[in-house]
Write a protein that binds this ligand. Structure first.
Ligand SMILES: *Cc1c(COP(=O)(O)O)cnc(C)c1O
Length: 839
């Protein structure tokens, strides 16, 4: 089924296709398309950046006028040509995986595609939006699954006391670029999900992101009971019960929708644990296709097609539900799949028990073949977080990998940036692998770079002036204050940006640690600095709100006139302005709590530099010739003394390195050091920290291997799935009985022969691996190799010697044998966590 039906009044023949461009949220990232909409209605484009709304607001007269406006028509035809080319060109995915069949379902609680569809709150959602856009560019068969909220995340105003006030504008679906999903007979497709004593009906919508469709569900159907109609009322609103309801709707409802649409998804990618209930629904769905099989066999059949991406750097960040709440909502389901409710509950617990809450991340990791963090460091941190689920496994072997986040570059670059890059690297550079782009970009000369940066910076300043004027007027400021807004900031001054959610771990007031020192930096007579700050605090977060107040009080100081602004309502549109124009982007979270961070990546293509904590993506990106770093690459928790140390580090780097690099110019006025850093940062980092690279990495490292595994498990009536289930049962019931006998070694020059006796009870020897293990020590890396099964032990049932010769100068005492389950087609230790150590 092709879900492409707009209810749209007649467009003049000359404008046919405009509705297609207006509804496609990928297309707004194309510079030419931005120009097109600005031409249709500059004012509405400025205030909404919502082409669909602009199109809907067109009068017949205006349409007629446009259809005769040659300048507009040529822009428009150019866009139609570009689109034709986009949809016809052979994609990276098609070229590399021509035999791939099926689809990848990408579940996320929020999607940040653009301000015209405000159903995101921050980094997680924007990542999901940037992912869909890159998936379209590269031609991946992806469908997005999310929720359509009646209210998005709150909007922020700063009142005359400098305090945050919150507003929750209503998302009117009629004005958003989303459309009812209808079947061939025109009927609006609805999904029904079982809740205690009732069914909830979910309406379905589609939104277009280039080649990719995003399907959204909402519960505001008049047939639902009033409380159910509000389930999709507010993103991250309500209490814990509301949260479990939202997650049921997203996970179970989302999977049901895919089934109903007949979309065969072999990969289910969970962007954070919110959607983990999809694992349940998917297994139940599979049960129906597998005659006489249990829920557990179905889970074996489907798990290898599930991938879980965790974004949380702290244990406390996961969603948890009390056992009572879980049972309330899953008793019916448990009955349906004929599994005791305690067994379902245990999937979300570390230890089975009546008290421990149900943890969505635990379900996600147990229900997925693979799990990954969002930066190399976060992968390691997550191994520690999930260690409890793999008792006695060494941390480095906890099965959590990493795929470092990226940004969809065309979404975040300015028109000027696009032009410069196009002139050097070609127009369609973000649709194919990007590895060679960096070297090409290096050819840009100093003058070109500086001219371009000037334009980017100037555009930001003009936009800040407009915003500032509007803000002053709203607060009822006098005309002379407002006229000062017109000359806010100086386009030749080093411009620093700091914008993020005001959460404590991001230390949004670290820069204010020594206010006098910061004032000195900002107001230096020859080498001044101007600073833009923005960010929202969660409505319930009193500390976060107090930190906003601390900033607005600081901004209000007389001596700082024209040196620093706090811009209200940090959203994607403000972020666009900032990342395009800023010279230096500062980020100072407490390591390791910034799982990845992406805002710093958005400045890369636009020529901004980063000064950041060695955390998340910056911990792997940083090199002294690319930008600046604070911290020592270690963790210090929330030690105030360490915060003070890093604040001073921050000031010193600004005073001694950043500011001189920006202002020390040669006779032509070129700041050599700055330009060189800029060139290196752009060339080396932009291609890698993009969703283009990220999506390709997910494809080759996860989607394709998982797909092969899923095919194997499905073949011959799910034969392998049944075998694996039986394998696991045997392991589980006999594991307690296996044990070691003697362990001995024989050392000769430079090598050691190890021998160990193993008794396997009734477990076939092919079903286990006996390994020799040594921890990392001093400079020696960790060692872990399979031992070879040698002769059976005399007089023993299923007992063997295992041997291994190791060439090493390590002490024999470093080595110890261990036994773990083995199966060539299982994901281990995820799917069988047992392990037995000799000592
Ligand atoms: C990019 C972005 C974020 C996420 O940035 P972080 O680096 O995680 O702070 C949050 N909000 C907006 C509006 C953004 O554009």
């Amino acid at each position: 089924m092709i879900p492409q039906q707009y209810l749209f009044p007649d467009l003049p023949e000359e404008l046919k296709g405009l509705e297609d461009i207006a509804s496609d949220m990928l297309w707004h990232t194309v510079s030419g398309s931005r120009r097109l909409w600005r031409k249709v209605n500059p004012q509405l484009w400025e205030t909404t950046s919502n082409p669909w709304f602009i199109l809907e607001s067109l009068s017949k007269e205006k349409m007629k006028e446009l259809s005769q406006d040659e300048e507009f028509l040529s822009l428009f035809r150019c866009q139609l040509e570009e689109r034709k080319r986009y949809f016809e060109e052979k994609t990276w995915f098609e070229s590399n995986f021509p035999y791939f069949k099926g689809n990848i379902a990408y579940f996320s609680m929020e999607f940040g595609l653009g301000e015209e569809l405000p159903i995101y709150s921050g980094g997680l959602g924007i990542l999901a939006g940037d992912y869909l856009k890159a998936a379209s560019d590269l031609g991946l068969p992806v469908v997005g699954i999310g929720l359509l909220y009646q209210q998005g995340y709150f909007r922020q105003l700063i009142d005359s006391n400098g305090e945050q006030i919150e507003f929750y504008p209503y998302n009117d679906p009629a004005l958003l670029p989303v459309f009812p999903l209808r079947n061939e007979s025109g009927e609006w497709i609805a999904v029904q999900v079982q809740l205690p004593g009732r069914m909830v009906t979910l309406r379905s919508w589609w939104a277009k992101v280039g080649r990719v469709f995003l399907y959204l569900l909402d519960s505001n159907d008049p047939a639902n009971i009033p409380s159910d109609r509000t389930i999709t009322g507010t993103l991250y609103g309500g209490d814990n019960e509301m949260r479990i309801l939202q997650e049921i709707v997203l996970g179970m409802g989302g999977w049901k929708l895919l089934t109903q649409l007949g979309i065969d998804c072999n990969i289910c990618h969970l962007n954070e644990g919110h959607a983990a209930f999809a694992i349940f629904e998917r297994a139940k769905d599979c049960m129906k296709k597998m005659p006489s099989s249990s829920f557990w066999t179905a889970l074996w059949a489907t798990r290898c097609g599930n991938l879980f991406t965790t974004h949380t750097p702290v244990e406390a960040g996961f969603d948890r539900f009390s056992p009572a709440l879980f049972k309330k909502y899953f008793s019916d389901f448990a009955q349906e799949v004929q599994v005791p409710i305690e067994d379902l509950l245990a999937l979300g617990q570390q230890y089975r028990g009546q008290e421990e809450p149900f943890n969505m991340a635990y379900l996600a990791i147990r229900g997925s073949a693979a799990t990954n963090g969002v930066s190399k460091l976060h992968g390691k941190v997550s191994q520690r977080i999930f260690q409890g689920l793999f008792p006695r496994w060494p941390t480095w072997q906890i099965p959590v990998g990493s795929v470092t986040n990226g940004v969809h570059v065309p979404t975040w670059h300015s028109v000027e940036t696009d032009e410069l890059w196009s002139s050097i690297c070609g127009k369609y550079r973000w649709r194919q692998p990007t590895e060679t782009l960096g070297d090409k970009f290096r050819s840009a000369n100093d003058c070109t770079l500086l001219e371009w940066r000037k334009k980017n910076r100037l555009k930001l300043i003009l936009s800040l002036r407009k915003r500032s004027r509007c803000h002053c007027a709203m607060l009822g400021k006098q005309e002379h204050t407002m006229s000062q807004c017109v000359c806010l900031f100086d386009p030749n001054v080093l411009t620093i940006g700091f914008a993020r959610r005001f959460a404590s771990y991001k230390r949004p007031t670290l820069l204010l640690h020594d206010k006098e020192r910061l004032i000195k930096i900002l107001t230096h007579p020859q080498r001044p600095v101007q600073l833009v700050v923005a960010g929202k605090a969660h409505p319930q977060d009193r500390i976060g709100k107090a930190m906003i107040k601390e900033w607005t009080d600081f901004v209000a100081r007389k001596e700082l006139h024209n040196r620093v602004v706090f811009v209200e309502d940090y959203d994607m549109r403000l972020a666009l302005d900032l990342v395009q124009g800023i010279d230096l982007w500062i980020n100072n979270p407490r390591r390791p709590w910034e799982a990845s961070g992406t805002s710093g990546m958005k400045v890369l293509a636009n020529g901004g530099l980063n000064l950041s904590e060695l955390d998340g993506w910056w911990a792997e990106a940083y090199a002294p010739e690319l930008g600046w770093a604070i911290g020592d690459g270690q963790e210090h928790d929330n030690d105030p003394a360490w915060d003070a140390f890093e604040a001073n580090q921050l000031y010193s780097i600004l005073e001694n390195e950043v500011i001189p690099a920006f202002y020390e110019r040669d006779e032509r006025g070129i700041p050599k050091k700055w330009v060189n850093m800029m060139r290196e940062s752009i060339s080396r980092l932009t291609p890698y920290f993009s969703t283009n690279r990220m999506v390709r990495e997910y494809t080759t490292d996860y989607y394709i291997p998982l797909c092969h595994a899923a095919e194997k498990r499905k073949a011959k009536e799910w034969n392998l799935s049944r075998e694996l289930e039986a394998w696991k049962r045997t392991i589980a019931s006999h594991w307690h009985a296996i044990h070691f006998g003697n362990f001995s070694f024989d050392q000769t020059e430079g090598q050691i022969q190890f021998t160990v006796q193993v008794y396997l009870d009734e477990i076939p020897p092919d079903w286990v691996a006996v390994e020799l293990y040594a921890d990392e020590k001093d400079n020696a890396p960790a060692f872990c190799n399979m031992m070879d099964r040698a002769e059976p032990l005399v007089g023993a049932l299923n007992g063997f010697n295992y041997k291994l010769v190791v060439v090493t100068d390590r002490n024999p005492g470093d080595f110890t044998p261990r036994i773990r389950p083995y199966h060539p087609n299982a994901f281990l230790p995820t799917e069988a966590t047992e392990i037995l150590w000799y000592r």
